[in-house]
Ligand binder design. Structure first.
Ligand SMILES: Cc1ncc(COP(=O)(O)O)c(C=O)c1O
Length: 371
């Protein structure tokens, strides 16, 4: 019987460590060639014109919000069921976030509710491709064009997600990816911004490095540069970039195994009473495999998973406008609440084998009193 099934994959190989070691010993830990290579390879992988490493997806989202000029008095629409980072990124600029309900059960922004929440102050919408399922981009793009609103893509879960044969992150002004340890590839902390807009690319490049106007190699005299705006230090180190680059090179294989695992979950979880899950979606990058159960069943499954050491998570257990910082008590996002109360994230990464999936599925079936 399999035990100790981890929630996320340990992606790092001995070859990756060798490269990291070499960089650490070189003394050139940041601004190096691996960062450039990682950015170039990522831009090829996502088919975007520009890619920029950042210290986290949150930093990337913040930079995008700054680059489009968000400020106090503006409003930004975000889904109510997401990581708090989505809302924070816009809030850092002084703009106000308003929460939009999601669809049951793909977890993405509800277009119907979006239309209700747009007003003359709305400057941007941040979509989240939750769990790796792409949002309804066609409809959202049409709304953005009509109302002259920026579309930002939070792609934290969506490395490898496509919409109409195009990688997500390419549909709005820019998109930001996360390389946090549970994500499809990891650099510890870290992220990547992609955009097809040259002036946004240039702005973000400067803003992510203190607002300094010249890169190290452009400076005639070391230390001689100018600062024209208030930038941040949101850079990624070169050894993190090397880690990300090596994982990205083998990501297509990882992605196809994730998809195979998702197909197996769909097979083994079929016809369990009181259990819901989305049908297999081939364009999804399967950050995790979400299932949905009413509270009493979810409590039961969680208890068993803990006892049997099955790695799992919940994305997310509480909606954003119920968090103390944001608490408004004004929105009634029914679907977001249902999703938060019912979801469990199952591991779907390539270290999970068919017997693990069968085991997890059997435990769920037993927990729901089915054999
Ligand atoms: C939807 C979403 N957006 C943003 C983030 C923030 O990513 P990071 O930890 O790289 O800043 C996360 C983190 O997991 C996330 O799940």
């Amino acid at each position: 019987m399999p035990t100790n099934i981890p929630f996320s994959k340990k992606n790092i190989t001995d070859k990756d460590l060798k490269i990291v070691n070499k960089i650490l010993k070189s003394g050139w830990l940041t601004h190096g060639k691996y960062t450039e290579q990682f950015e170039n390879t990522f831009s090829k992988f996502s088919n975007s014109k520009f890619a920029l490493t950042v210290s986290s997806c949150t930093a990337g989202l913040h930079l995008i919000c700054l680059a489009i000029g968000l400020k106090k008095g503006d409003e930004v629409l975000v889904p109510n069921l997401t990581h708090t980072a989505t809302a924070h990124a816009a809030t850092y600029t002084g703009a106000k976030v308003r929460f939009v309900d999601i669809n049951l059960y793909d977890g993405n922004l509800s277009v119907k509710d979006l239309l209700k929440k747009i007003n003359s102050k709305t400057k941007a919408i941040i979509v989240v491709h939750l769990t790796g399922i792409s949002s309804e981009l066609d409809k959202i793009i049409e709304i953005c064009k009509k109302k002259k609103i920026f579309l930002i893509e939070d792609c934290a879960h969506a490395l490898g997600t496509e919409y109409k044969s195009k990688h997500v992150g390419n549909f709005g002004i820019a998109g930001s990816f996360s390389f946090y340890p549970t994500k499809q590839i990891t650099t510890g902390e870290g992220g990547m911004v992609i955009t097809n807009n040259k002036s946004i690319f240039k702005k973000i490049k400067i803003l992510k490095a203190f607002g300094i106007d010249k890169e190290i190699k452009q400076r005639k005299i070391p230390g001689l540069y100018n600062v024209k705006e208030l930038g941040y230090n949101y850079r990624m180190t070169d050894f993190q970039s090397a880690l990300g680059l090596e994982q990205l090179k083998r990501y297509n294989k990882e992605l196809s195994l994730r998809k195979k695992n998702a197909i197996l979950y769909c097979k083994y979880l079929k016809n369990i009473k009181n259990l819901k899950f989305n049908n297999y979606i081939d364009t999804c990058s399967y950050f995790i495999f979400p299932i949905f159960l009413k509270k009493k069943y979810r409590d039961r499954v969680i208890k068993i998973f803990k006892k049997k050491k099955i790695g799992f998570s919940i994305h997310y257990a509480k909606i954003i406008d119920e968090m103390k910082y944001y608490k408004k008590g004004l929105t009634r996002n029914k679907n977001s609440k249902i999703y938060a109360n019912e979801n469990i994230s199952l591991p779907v990464h390539s270290d999970i084998k068919e017997n693990n999936i069968l085991h997890i599925s059997k435990l769920i079936r037993e927990a729901l009193n089915e054999n």
